[in-house]
Design a protein around this ligand. Structure first.
Ligand code: PDD
Length: 280
């Protein structure tokens, strides 16, 4: 074969391979990978790569569908199917296959392998570089498919018997939730994180702000901290799937419940807007 794709036991040319839409990697980028070069059908540093793959999977609670030994044997068998022994050997394990939901039930992972010809060369020529600020994991304003930190937080909330996890940055600034925005009422006024790169600019958040302004509730788009969250008169959570919810407990401590009337007016206004905009 000129190149090779493998998915849970199925083998074919890479271009002809397909995977189920519900593989969680499609919805969430929910998987781990490793890769390395191969020469003369010998995969370089394979055990070290396999160890790292298993470590990555364990850190994300992804269940490996086979042992290290079985993976080593499989990869060594697969490279033998190629027309050349100079290859790039790539493999990944995704969390499994399920309907889209941030949290998950434990299930065996899906194993993917991709092998294609590649020659290691060019060590003798200088290369040219640029610099770029390291902003990785600071792009929460982009509705990206790469949601592993969100998934891990959502799963932690589920295992604690809760519906959401409120996220905060080192130092205690509250940003948003794993799949919602979070806001507080204090002194009868709404406080919500500004739409910088640390939160997703929620559509429901924008509707909440409009509803509050229409109701004459002052709105502050400014950062607030964990202490303020716990001390808030009300804690609101918004998203397209749940519209607006109010929390009564965070980390097992009672919160909110001190602006019942205002809370009902906000909830009512948002529900009315939703019902009227979606009339037949
Ligand atoms: N989640 N923040 C994050 C990280 C989100 O994933 C979402 C939405 C929101 C709320 O945005 P909006 O009001 O536009 O839905 C905030 C959706 C519901 C999801 O991933 O299923």
């Amino acid at each position: 074969m000129q190149d090779l794709g493998y998915y849970n036991g199925k083998i074919g040319p890479i271009e002809e391979m397909s995977i189920p839409m519900n593989d969680r990697v499609c919805w969430f980028g929910d998987g781990v990978y490793d890769a390395g070069p191969c020469r003369n059908y010998r995969i370089f540093a394979l055990d070290e790569h396999i160890d790292r793959l298993f470590r990555s999977a364990a850190m994300l609670d992804i269940r490996m569908p086979l042992s290290k030994e079985a993976l080593r044997e499989l990869l060594n068998d697969l490279v033998r199917k190629l027309d050349t022994g100079e290859l790039f050997v790539y493999y990944q394990v995704t969390r499994g296959t399920a309907m889209r939901s941030h949290d998950y039930e434990p299930m065996p992972g899906n194993l993917w392998v991709m092998i294609r010809p590649a020659v290691q060369s060019g060590f003798d020529k200088p290369i040219q570089l640029i610099t770029a600020e390291d902003t990785r994991y600071f792009h929460c304003n982009i509705k990206t498919l790469n949601l592993i930190p969100n998934i891990m937080a959502s799963q932690k909330a589920k295992l604690a018997g809760c519906q959401e996890a409120v996220l905060y940055r080192p130092g205690g600034r509250v940003t948003e939730c794993s799949h919602s925005n979070v806001h507080i009422l204090q002194g009868g006024e709404l406080y919500t994180a500004p739409t910088d790169e640390l939160i997703l600019p929620g559509i429901t958040r924008a509707h909440l702000l409009r509803a509050c302004r229409d109701l004459g509730i002052p709105v502050h788009e400014e950062p607030f901290r964990l202490e303020e969250l716990f001390a808030a008169e009300e804690v609101l959570v918004t998203s397209s799937s749940k519209l607006v919810c109010f929390a009564d407990r965070i980390d097992g401590r009672p919160v909110g419940g001190r602006q019942e009337k205002l809370k009902d007016r906000i909830r009512q206004a948002m529900l009315e807007e939703y019902l009227s905009a979606t009339q037949p």
